[in-house]
Design a protein around this ligand. Structure first.
Ligand code: MG
Length: 172
């Protein structure tokens, strides 16, 4: 159960305390795409996201790590300079390891930001990096996510009963 608990929980990517990540010596920030950076049907990033990513790229190495297909990710990332891994198979470590190898990061220097407990948070915790949960941007998910959301809700119920993690109760 511990592997489903994120190190931090914020409302969205904009409310995250990136200075705190700098202080933790994080160099590599990996973003999930769907419902973290944009809605699933936003093929092109909103202007706000482009600005945000370009600015963040000055302080961190940023990556997109997504289970979605290459065409979707490539088209999205073209608007800002982030490398990406498509078909990442989160929660497996494969995609995380691929990014780690790009600049020989230590696992402690890496952070994943995502909206799903079953893939982003569970995967990141298994891999051993810093994990940040954000609320999903939209209610609409990819079909493959339906089962994950069902399991996520069950886990959230248990964690919330124990006072560990509750929707809307953000922590740094
Ligand atoms: Mg997502």
């Amino acid at each position: 159960m511990d592997k489903f608990i994120p190190n931090s929980y914020y409302e969205n990517i904009y409310s995250i305390n990136y200075d705190a990540l700098k202080k933790k010596k994080i160099k590599c920030i990996m973003f999930d795409l769907d419902n973290t950076l944009a809605l699933i049907d936003e093929g092109i990033p909103p202007e706000k996201v482009i600005k945000f990513m370009k600015n963040l790229n000055k302080s961190f190495d940023t990556y997109i790590i997504s289970n979605n297909n290459r065409k979707r990710i490539e088209k999205f990332c073209r608007h800002f300079d982030s490398e990406f891994v498509a078909f990442a198979l989160k929660p497996l470590s494969k995609g995380f390891r691929q990014i780690q190898k790009m600049k020989k990061y230590r696992v402690e220097e890496m952070c994943i930001i995502g909206d799903q407990l079953m893939t982003d948070i569970f995967g990141g915790n298994r891999f051993g990096c810093y994990t940040i949960l954000v609320d999903p941007l939209g209610k609409k998910d990819l079909k493959v996510t339906t089962l994950n959301r069902f399991l996520e809700n069950r886990i959230l119920k248990k964690l919330s009963k124990r006072g560990i993690l509750e929707r809307g109760k953000y922590y740094e």
